[in-house]
Design a protein. Structure first.
Length: 488
């Protein structure tokens, strides 16, 4: 071995029968062998039968709080030792399969002038495939049990989770899997695959952390879901459904839709979502959010069918925008308050556009509902000081507009001026809403809903009486209205 060199060898997935002769000779002939962990059948057998000498890093697992700290500490120590002596570093399995310390050493080698030589070893994958009898060509994932993330799980593939050392990790793995998989989905706990001590135990997912034989040679195998409806949580499944609806053998209605024809549905679904939010109805919100998402997916599929864009570009665009416009989260900019965030957002937005707008009011969409548009126009104007000093002044403007409307109303002939004066009243009232931080569109929506409820009560009363609406006076109907008001 050369000076400043670390030879990395793999102890294989099981016992001595699986250990290559070349690695056996290196372990036997080397004076300085360091093990990530001594908890391995090969080490036990070498110590028992051949007085094998080594140093291990098992003690670091007890001293550190996280695996990242453990791995970093091990690598720092190995590099420090390699500067004064060459050494052998032995890890379970294959050095380049599910072995974070090896990746850290390879990343730091050039910078710290240490030569790394990876010798090899048998990974646990081949015997595991044999143990659970699967063909990886069907698609599989190999994931780290100590750092498992929900969004990395693809339910239509074979899933192998390594480094399930103990009950705590098994519990974390179980909880993550249960965010997507059914609680009774059958998984396999595979220990010492390919050795004489191989064990394959199938258990329902919710019992995964109750298995007491978990150790360094344990992996968890999660088979793909078979029932199609179980894959409905997958974004890829939704995308496939929409593509099929728009495909040659799809739905006639979906196939004939265009960006223009779908506009009204996006507006309708957005307002139905607002209704669900106002009602604080979680189930209704889930349903309506799905309907809004459907509109996004249909527009994206139309874009893909026409060869202009796809949902990938939509997601890429919004992801990039969120990162760029949140430098206080993804960069080194400081923003202590929501006002700081909005200020940064506007500055970045102007910079992205490449030039200042012709008018301060540019950018307020002409297709917005007009109550919302009035609100946004006033808000932009207020940013440059064109605003009342307080809500009292704004209310005086409302009263002024009411007087002008009364004067126009009193004229014998009503002209277009009456409509203009009514518009001025509405615009002035929006100003009041803005000062009070009330979204006027939502306020009017709530009033509409209130009217619907109370009028439905009146209809119920009229129907119960056996008479028609024309048989009631306005005063009697108003009495029903007041009863509905009291019930609320």
């Amino acid at each position: 071995m050369n000076l400043n060199q670390i030879q990395i060898v793999g102890l294989g997935a099981g016992d001595m029968d699986q250990l290559p002769m070349g690695i056996y000779k290196i372990l036997k002939q080397s004076e300085r062998v360091y093990l990530r962990t001594k908890e391995h059948p090969v080490v036990e057998q070498l110590v028992r039968e051949e007085d094998f000498q080594f140093s291990s890093y098992d003690h670091i697992y007890e001293a550190k709080e996280t695996f990242d700290e453990v791995y970093a500490s091990i690598c720092d120590d190995l590099i420090s030792k390699a500067h004064v002596e060459s050494l052998v570093y032995a890890v379970p399995g294959h050095p380049l399969v599910a072995e974070r310390t090896v990746q850290i050493l390879l990343e730091k080698a050039n910078e710290l002038q240490v030569e790394i030589e990876v010798i090899g070893g048998q990974s646990f994958l081949d015997p595991l495939f044999q143990a659970v009898k699967i063909d990886p060509i069907e698609g599989f994932q190999l994931l780290d049990g100590t750092n498992l993330k929900r969004d990395e799980l693809y339910m239509n593939q074979h899933l192998i989770i390594g480094q399930v050392y103990d009950t705590f990790i098994a519990s974390e793995v179980k909880l993550t899997l249960m965010e997507k998989y059914p609680f009774d989905h059958v998984v396999a706990i595979v220990t010492a695959a390919g050795t004489s001590k191989e064990q394959v135990k199938k258990v329902p997912l919710h019992e995964l952390d109750r298995e007491v034989t978990l150790n360094n040679l344990t992996s968890v195998y999660v088979p793909p879901v078979q029932k199609e409806e179980l894959s409905y949580k997958e974004f890829s499944k939704l995308r496939k459904i929409i593509a099929e609806l728009r495909g040659p053998n799809g739905c006639p209605w979906d196939k004939k839709q265009t960006h223009q024809s779908l506009k009204k549905y996006l507006i309708e679904e957005s307002y139905e979502l607002i209704e669900a939010i106002d009602e604080d109805d979680i189930d209704h919100m889930i349903e309506e959010l799905g309907d809004v998402l459907l509109q996004v997916m249909l527009h994206a599929q139309i874009g893909e069918d026409e060869g202009y864009f796809s949902i990938d570009e939509v997601i890429e665009g919004i992801s990039g925008k969120m990162v760029r416009r949140h430098p206080h989260v993804f960069g080194d900019v400081t923003a202590e308050t929501a006002e700081d965030v909005l200020k940064n957002w506007q500055e970045i937005k102007v910079e992205e556009k490449g030039e200042q707008k012709v008018s301060i009011l540019d950018g307020v969409g002409t297709h917005l509902p007009n109550l919302i548009r009035a609100y946004e126009l006033q808000k932009k104007a207020a940013k440059v000081g064109f605003d009342w000093e307080n809500v009292v002044q704004a209310w005086e403007k409302v009263k002024e507009e009411l007087l002008e409307f009364e004067e126009e109303l009193a004229k014998e002939t009503h002209t277009d001026d009456l409509q203009k004066e009514l518009g001025d009243i509405l615009f002035a009232l929006v100003n009041i809403a803005r000062f009070l931080e009330i979204q006027p569109e939502e306020a009017l929506f709530q009033t509409n809903q209130k009217f619907l409820r109370r009028f439905a009560f009146i209809e119920t009363k009229v129907l119960a009486s056996g008479k028609g609406f024309d048989e009631f006076t306005l005063e009697e109907l108003d009495q029903f209205w007041n009863e509905a008001k009291k019930e609320e």
